[in-house]
Design a protein around this ligand. Structure first.
Ligand SMILES: Nc1nc2c(ncn2[C@@H]2O[C@H](COP(=O)(O)OP(=O)(O)OP(=O)(O)O)[C@@H](O)[C@H]2O)c(=O)[nH]1
Length: 320
């Protein structure tokens, strides 16, 4: 039996009894290559990449579909020393997402020596008693000798189900990693219908795309001070026959707030005469149009919210 049917509750009832499905979390210090690896595993750009550390604010899930199983990936933000309430919440989010996973992928970049940060994360992982696969990321960046040394050091770091070098960028050993992960998952029916790449609410993805565009080329302290809130998405009334009979999607208006902490940062985002903000809007609009498959009008407002990182009410509003 290979045909899959769905019953009324949406559960997939007819499936291969050897099928495996479950949750895997990517963990590692900032810049370890987690987002890049997530994209390589899923095969589509869903996580947001940046040259700057600690930009992955939300837990973005990707889903890997294979005939023999399904991996639901959690791309967690990096652990870091909490300095603000936001930092503390982020670490709590990491711990929370780890408590519900079947296997952890611990990412250790090959081009960097194992340091106190990695040891801190490893100690926490060993405490969770979940199976951990150590992934030597960015293997394309180093020589074979250096890679071998790195793998040996990982071996001394903790108890791992497996240690595997990969390059998310080049796609090296990604399929092998998928097989190692599948072996750790429980026998289970598929958890999501095939074709679903992410179940992250559209609003979060839209906010991430705008945040990515707004941070591009701004080489200062902004990443920690910029938060993006999609206030509302409003569908326009159909304005032609194709839209009235449903063969063409209607346009949507998206109202967005960009919060910075100081007025001086407002100027950086907006630029001279609003030039930079228009560029940010135009870039983000193209990507959002592609994401939603419909025409988009993007309304961006830059606002100052003093110390939003330490204000619980504000953090709640922004979805942290
Ligand atoms: N050469 C090479 N570079 C990589 C690879 N994976 C990631 N990088 C680069 O390393 C940087 C960080 O990668 P990310 O995937 O954003 O890292 P991350 O762990 O998700 O980072 P945070 O979101 O800050 O936690 C980016 O500049 C990537 O282009 C890889 O396999 N090979």
């Amino acid at each position: 039996m290979s045909e899959t049917t769905e019953d009324f509750s949406g559960l997939i009832t007819d499936y291969d009894p050897n099928f495996r499905a479950g949750f895997a979390a990517l963990v590692g210090r900032p810049n370890a290559g987690k987002s890049t690896l997530t994209n390589a595993l899923v095969g589509t750009k869903i996580a947001i990449m940046s040259d700057r550390p600690e930009t992955t604010r939300h837990t973005i899930r990707g889903i890997v579909h294979r005939p023999e199983g399904q991996i639901i990936l959690l791309d967690t933000p990096g652990y870091h020393r909490p300095r603000t309430l936001l930092g503390k919440r982020l670490n709590e989010m990491v711990r929370e997402s780890l408590s519900e996973v079947d296997v952890v992928l611990f990412c250790l970049p090959s081009d960097q020596r194992i340091g106190p940060g990695d040891r801190f994360i490893c100690a926490q992982l060993m405490e969770t008693k979940r199976p951990v696969i150590a992934v030597a990321t960015k293997s394309d960046k180093v020589s074979r000798e250096r890679l071998a040394e790195h793998l040996m050091q990982i071996n001394q770091l903790g108890e791992f189900k497996a240690i595997i070098p990969t390059s998310g960028l080049k796609g090296t050993q990604v399929e092998e990693l998928i097989n190692l992960v599948l072996a750790e998952l429980p026998l289970s029916p598929p958890l999501y219908p095939e074709g679903d790449i992410t179940d992250e609410p559209e609003m979060v993805l839209i906010a991430e795309l705008i945040r990515e565009a707004a941070l591009e080329g701004v080489r200062d302290e902004l990443p920690h001070s910029l938060a993006v809130q999609v206030e509302e998405i409003i569908e326009r009334e159909p304005h032609n026959e194709a839209q009235r009979n449903g063969t063409e999607p209607t346009m949507v208006d998206i109202h967005v707030n960009l919060f910075v902490e100081r007025d001086s940062q407002k100027g950086i985002i907006i630029g001279k005469g609003g030039k930079r903000l228009r560029e940010v809007g135009s870039k983000a609009r193209k990507q959002i149009t592609a994401l939603l498959g419909r025409r988009v009008f993007l309304d961006l407002h830059v606002r100052t919210a003093k110390d939003w990182q330490s204000d619980p009410k504000m953090l709640g509003r922004l979805g942290f």
